[in-house]
Design a protein around this ligand. Structure first.
Ligand SMILES: Nc1ncnc2c1ncn2[C@@H]1O[C@H](COP(=O)(O)OP(=O)(O)OP(=O)(O)O)[C@@H](O)[C@H]1O
Ligand SMILES: [Mg+2]
Length: 363
């Protein structure tokens, strides 16, 4: 086991900057997820750690040493790919045994380890089959088994569950998390699925355009997104972002969204005035933090019109029209009709205000 550290990693393909100054510290034994949209540089970052890509700049540390100049086989990492890459002509037993055979491990020891890993992954009954005689989930477990059998210092996993159907994916993600906690092997896991990242990670590095946007535990990523990109990438439906002009009325800041305005407390006003780089802001509020009432209740509420209602499990996702703006709210069941006028409100402690120019969190 070992920690992994990336320092100012930079990788360009022709004119495409795939990884643009990534710095990350992954503590020994942690499960870290690289999360971001397609093309943001997740796989390239992982391949640099594995030694399958050579970075143009930056340092890659595994444990106490820089591994930039070590070939992949000497880095003591195991990579699991999206497409498993099992050897089709070999039985499951030999697929599992292969990494140990390559390292000239003695036969009795190989047999012991294959059986141990097969037992751990619940595939002991499949050892005599060829990969094509296995389901997707079974193949996935064999691929994992092949990665863990030689107990590398680090696991690198690139969307390993993406070929599985939704149900199996949920099952395998729990299995994988449990396995990682049991083995305590430092793991870097790539996905573009935010739910998977939230469910599995000790820490998430949210990436966009080759850069790490935020690196925090899942709870902080969700409750304190550092910028507008992270705020709108995480959550289903994602955070509402309402553009508003920053105005001062009396001593307080008022966010004027045109269709409504929101008066901030002195504390929030001060934070906005101190940090703002422009006269505009984005008012961010998660759908579940919007309160819908049929009658006017409390202050800081705005009238809006029900535009669409969707069922999501026991709750409703309601599209609300405030003038020309549509925001999404999640609510417990209410008798709502399309076109109906309702009142919406949100508490100040639940809102996030981002600078209109830098898109960074102000408060
Ligand atoms: N070998 C290559 N040659 C040229 N460009 C590449 C190469 N590999 C990756 N890229 C480019 O680098 C960028 C980052 O690619 P990368 O595969 O790291 O993204 P990703 O985050 O893994 O995306 P996805 O979620 O689609 O797998 C993309 O613009 C991609 O087109
Ligand atoms: Mg990828």
């Amino acid at each position: 086991m070992a920690s992994v550290k990336l320092v100012n990693l930079y990788k360009k393909f022709d004119r495409v900057v795939a990884v643009d100054g990534v710095t990350l510290e992954i503590p020994d034994g942690d499960f870290v997820v690289l999360l971001g949209p397609s093309g943001c540089g997740k796989t390239t970052t992982l391949r640099c750690i594995a030694g399958l890509e050579t970075p143009d700049e930056g340092e890659i540390w595994i444990g106490d040493s820089i591994v930039n100049d070590l070939p992949p086989k000497d880095r003591d990492v195991a990579m699991v790919f999206q497409n498993y890459a099992l050897y089709p002509h070999m039985k499951v037993y030999d697929n599992l045994a292969f990494p140990l055979k390559m390292r000239k491990v003695e036969k009795g020891e190989i047999d012991r380890r294959v059986k141990e890993v097969a037992d751990l992954l619940g595939i002991s009954h499949l050892l005599d089959r060829k990969p094509r005689q296995l389901s997707g989930g079974e193949q996935q477990r064999v691929a994992l088994g092949r990665a863990i059998i030689r107990r590398p210092r680090v696991f690198l996993m690139d969307e390993p569950l993406s070929n599985l159907d939704a149900k199996l994916r949920l099952f395998m993600r729990a299995e994988l998390k449990r396995l990682q906690r049991e083995l305590k092997t430092t793991t870097v896991y790539v996905t573009h699925d935010q739910a998977e990242a939230m469910a599995m990670a000790d820490k998430i590095a949210v990436m966009n355009k080759g850069k790490v946007q935020q690196y925090d535990d899942p709870n902080t990523i969700y409750s304190r997104p550092a910028n507008a990109f992270v705020a709108t990438f995480i959550g289903s439906p994602p955070m509402n972002m309402i553009k508003a002009a920053i105005k001062q009325v009396g001593g307080n800041v008022v966010l004027d969204a045109g269709s409504f305005s929101y008066t901030l407390s002195p504390e929030y006003s001060e934070a906005v005035l101190k940090g703002a780089q422009s006269s505009e802001a984005f008012l961010g509020v998660r759908p579940e933090d919007i309160r819908i009432t049929l009658e006017k209740a409390g202050s800081s509420v705005f009238q809006s019109e029900v535009y669409v209602v969707e069922h999501q499990g026991a709750n409703l996702v309601v599209d609300l029209k405030i003038d020309s703006e549509i925001i999404k709210a999640i609510t417990s069941p209410l008798p709502l009709q399309i076109g109906q006028k309702v009142w919406v409100g949100f508490e100040e402690s639940k809102i996030h205000i981002y600078d209109g120019k830098t898109e960074r969190l102000l408060v």
